[in-house]
Each structure stands twice: as C-alpha cells, then as structure tokens.
Design a protein around this ligand. Sequence first.
Ligand code: BGC
Length: 758
Amino acid sequence: MKNRLSKLILAAVILIGMQTFAQEAQHIPEVEALLKKMTLEEKIGQLNLLTPGGGVATGSVVSKNVEEKIKAGNVGGLFGVTGPDKIRQAQEIAVKNTRLGIPLLIGSDIIHGYKTTFPIPLGLSSSWDMELIEKTAQIAAKEATADGINWNFSPMVDIARDPRWGRISEGAGEDPYLGSAIAKAMVTGYQQQDLTEENTMISTVKHFALYGASEGGRDYNTTDMSRVKMFNEYLPPYKAAIDAGAESVMSSFNDVDGVPASGNKWLLTDLLREQWGFEGFVVSDYTSVNEMIAHGLGDLQAVSALSINAGLDMDMVGEGFLTTLKKSVDEGKVSEATITNACRRILEAKYKLGLFEDPYKYSDSKRPERDILTAANKEVAREAARKSFVLLKNENKTLPLAKTAKIALVGPLANNKNNMLGTWAPTGDPQLSTPILEGLKNVAPNAEISYAKGANISNDSAFAKKINVFGPRIEISEATPEALLAEALANAKTADVVVAVVGEASEMSGESSSRTDITIPESQKTLIQELVKTGKPVVLVLMSGRPLDITEELALPVSILQVWHPGIEAGNAVADVLFGDHNPSGKLTASWPQNVGQIPVYHSMKTTGRPAPSTEFQKFKSQYLDAVNAPALAFGYGLSYTTFEYSNLKLSSKSIGQNEDVTVMVDVTNTGAYDGEEVVQLYLHDVVRSITPPMRTLKGFHKVFIKKGETKTVTLTLKAEDLKFYNGSLEFISEPGEFEVFVGGDSNAALKETFTLN
Ligand code: BGC
C-alpha cells in the first residue's frame, strides 16, 4: 500500500514537473534570461506605451519628456512616430541609453492603408473579396514597415448593428461569419507567415470586446448583453483573429457585465487566455485604464492594479502603470509575478519581431521611396475601391454612362480632396487623392463635363466646426445656398445626365462621430430634389461612413452608387464604374434602415413568438404602426449592370450525421448584357433548437465571375461546425433536427432546400 502511494506521489510529481517544464519550454530562453536581469522598475517601464503628441504628421520623438522617459527605461513602446530616421533615433535612445538596451515597439493605426489609402473598412468589406482584403493589409504592412512601424492597431472587428455609431465605418459590418473571414484575412495580411521579415508587422485585434454594441450608438457608451448573444454574435471575429495568429489584442473603452474591458478579468484572462489560448500581449485603448476612474471603479492606483491583475499588459498613454504599480507591489496589491508575466509578453513580441537581433531593422531610409505609394500599390487601391462600391439603384438603366456623354457633375463631394480618404486615415495625405471630377476626366477624356458645387455638405457652421477638427472637411461657401443651387441647376438643364456626388464628410463617421439623424444633410437633400425636378436622369454617387437612412432618395427616380469614402484613387475608381469599365459587384455588409427608429435592424434577427405577417399590419404582432420590419436595403444586397438568376439548388445529402458536412450546389446564370461578378450567399435557418434561432444567418459565400449568357455551378460547403451554436450553457454544439438552406444574391435569398441532422 505504502509502496503504491509513493509511486502515485512520484508520478504526480513527475507530471507536475513535466507540466511546468512544458509551460516553461514555450517561453523564449533569451527573454527569460533578460527577465532575470531586470529590476521591478525596468519591468514596469516595459508596460508603458507613449505617444509623443502633435499628431502623426508632426509628432516628434525627441520631444523632451518622452526622450527622458525612454532614457530612464520607462517606455516599452511608442506610437504616432513615423519615418525610418526618426524611429532609428528613438531606438538609439532606448538601446544606447538604458541599462539593458531593450528596443521599442513602434505602433500606429493603419486602418485602411498607410499612405496608399484604401476604402474605409466598411467599404472594403462590401467587396466580399478575402484575397483582395488580405492584399490591402499586406500592402499597408509593407508601406508602414518601410516607414519604421512594427506594430499595427488593426483590424477593428467589432460587430456593429447600429449605424448611428460612427465607428461602424471602421469594421466589417453586422455579421460574425463574414466578420471572422475578414478578421483572418487582415491578420494574415499584416503578419504573413514570418514576423521577422522586414515587411510584416504585429497585428492587434480590437476593441476587445463588444465595443460595437455601445448603447444608443453613442461612442464610448456602456454595453450589456447576454453571454449567449456575446458568444454567438459578437465574439467570433475576435476569436478568428486570434486563431489566425494575431499577436496582440486591444481592450475596449466600454464595460462588459459592468466591468470596463481594460479591467475585466473574465474577458482578458478567463476567456482570452484560458479558453482561447491567446499567448500574445494585451494593450489598453487610449487612456482606458485611467478612464476607469470616471467609470466609477476607484482611483488611479486602484484601476491600474485592477487592470494588470485582470490581464492587461500594456498601458496606452495614461501612465497609471508607470506611476502606481510599484506602490501596489509594495502594498501587496499586485504580485511581482504578475508584472513579470506582462513584461514577458511584451518582450516576447519584440523578440518575435527580431528587434533584439536588430533594433534598426525597420529603419532603412531607402525603403520609403521604394515601397510607399508605388504605382502597383495605387493600382490595388483603385481595384479595392471599385470593388467596394455598391450599386443600390439603377433607374432606367442610366448606368453605365457613355464616355461621350454631356455630364453635369455637381455636389459638395464632386471636386473635393479633403474627404476622399475617409475616417482613420491619419497616415494618408488627402491632397494626394484623386477627386471625382479629375477621375471622370482621366477615364473619359471625350465626355463633356461641367462642374458646380451645388450645395454645401451642411449649411450649419456649428456642426461644421465639430467635423473640422482634423482639417477642413465641411467648407461652407461664401456664395449663398440659393446661388450654389442655381449654378448646378443651370448646368443640369443643358446636360444629358446629372452626376451628383453627395453624402457625408469623412469625419461625420469614425471615432466620436455618432449621429442620431443619419439622413443626407438637408442642404444636399434640397439639391437632389431640385435636380430631379429638371427631368434629367440623375445619378447619386453617395459617400458615407455608415449605412444611411435614404428612404426619401430611394423613392425618387434616381440611380444610386454607394462609394463609401473610397481612398486615394477615389475619382479614378468612381469613373471606372460610372463608365462601365468595371461592373459593380459590392454587396452591403450592414443593413440600411428605413429610419433610425428601426435600429437595430439586421438580417439575423429572430422570429419572436409573434412574427409579423409579410403583407399587412395585424394587431398583436411584432411590428411597428408606422414602418415595416424589413430594412430599406438588406444585408448582402447590391446590384450589377447585369442580372443573375439562381436555379437548381441541390444538397449532397438530405440527411446527415453529426460531424458530417453538406455540399450545396447552385447554378448561377448571367442573364444580362455585361460580364460580371456575383457574391453567391448561403444562409441557414436552424428550424428547432434549444435557444431561439435567427430567422436566417450567413454561413457561406463565394464570389464568382460569370460572362454574359454563361451559367456556372457554384459549390459551397456547410461544415459540421457551421451548424453549431453556443447553447444556454455556452457549449458549442449542434442539435439534431431540420435545417433550411437559402441561397441567392442577398439575405432575402428565396431558393430553399432542407436537410436533417440526425
Ligand atoms: C481608438 C483606438 C486607437 C487608439 C490609438 C483610440 O482612441 O479607440 O482604435 O487604436 O486610439 O490611436
């Protein structure tokens, strides 16, 4: 007996020993050796992320305070500093002046391209083209690393179903399946296979978590939702980014279950590290640790201790870690081991980038000229923009236009460089963008184009002041609104067709740019209505960073091409599509509401116990007195110059077992007069299950090019995993029963087949 017991004890000791060994074996020996040499203060210094201030373009790394702090070993990374020479200087200060010579992480927000600005992310997502999206991220990484940056605060993968929220522009829209695919494409684009390559960088998935669900669409607001909704609908894209290898995570500003994300242990440790196995480092959002004071969680020392104990590793800008952690260790509120762990993760990131081997590997002053704003990069920007456009309406097939047409080009965004790049493009230069007028002239030199502004983006100078924080986005003309309008109408009257470029200024969406009224501003609505009265065909080229309420415009006899904020090649790309050199194929990735009162409205809503009748109002059903339940424009919607017809939907099996896939086949015929691309979409409805299922939810898509007159059979695979969901106990399972499969060109797809899971 005694013998058996001692054998058992021995086995347990060996097992524990092996586990410790296995854990330690994952650590990087060079980092472990360095950690052993570091003082507590030096470790805390690594957790501090600073920005020298002054903005990306003008920020100087040698600004006094920052330089002193780097020399004192109080800085682990910087952001908002660019250029190989400046960054070499910063690294030199860190490497040559500190005791251990640890190089810096150099971060930046490269959200949709570095200097070659691509369309805003919501626009890019509308391309449904994963290869293209990955390519844009790869180019962004190449350009940014050429300019010295090694760490990107992208992708932003927050699911957003409230277009009042300005930051809906920065993400991939409402759907977790598509959002996960895009998260993966972007992380892969930034990091590639090898972080030690000179043109790859660390990718940060943000904002963890649920930031897109801010109440009322108001930025930085509180969020609250059930775990079931969280796991099924909001968390998948973050998880997909981590599974794709994202080395860093940024916590969000909002609270989750009442605890701000930056201090939320359940989120940052239990879920992220223990359940998902994340091994990289977590950085706070800008001063989000300090903001926990305003959230009501205590003073700076208390919130800093809460954050580091929750699993946050790096403190962005606020310096709460730097100024209070030592005290918290002395008082026993934070353990030194916790600080060592956080420091280890940051040092490991630096090691993986190869910074210990060569701190100056991103400081090659020959690279910017070679790698940034190349013709090839700009060509991808033009392609990405074309593919992001969504044709919402083509009245009397006005589009495409003849290249010899007499065009009245009007609207406040028609000859405007300042708004082409879109929100969150601080590394880009708006003055390098091609305005629409110029693009039209480039692509159709024989067209006869007259230009008139026609209206201000808004006539409200107080509103304009809020929008113009980063430069003139809304410029109110000295001419009166009446004079502007008269000029545009005079041009319209003598033209074959009117092209009106209207919509939002770039800073009307993005961070801190929530709106309660998401219609086109009044000044431009008047312009549109008056143009229609001329009886000329009117094409609206619509720019926005969010789904808009355009119910009034949809009712007018106009064509509408949604172009978001298209990036550096705006004008050329718009012209490519208007003149038919490129057939539009974008599809909406967030539903466009009938009005703000309908929000949230999205394709994967539930039936409720009292589903609304599809035709008329019926008392005691789940519907409104004054609007239908369906959005104005559905998720997945977008027209082409050609038409596609779907037929012969077939499933490989009508009855499957657990862990079996279903192959879905459908014939798609191009029945129109142009070659074109179509995004074939697959939606699933789990008819009966233990938690209420969505009416339908996206579970597959494939973008296919089909020549006019041709039919292609498109095959999609529904994997066993696609039938799974998180049940009431948060187990990821599928439940036996009937499933309905819908396939088509948008979320209203009508072709239907069913199968049973046994
Ligand atoms: C934003 C983040 C961004 C950070 C650094 C914050 O205000 O929420 O998305 O990465 O600033 O610029």
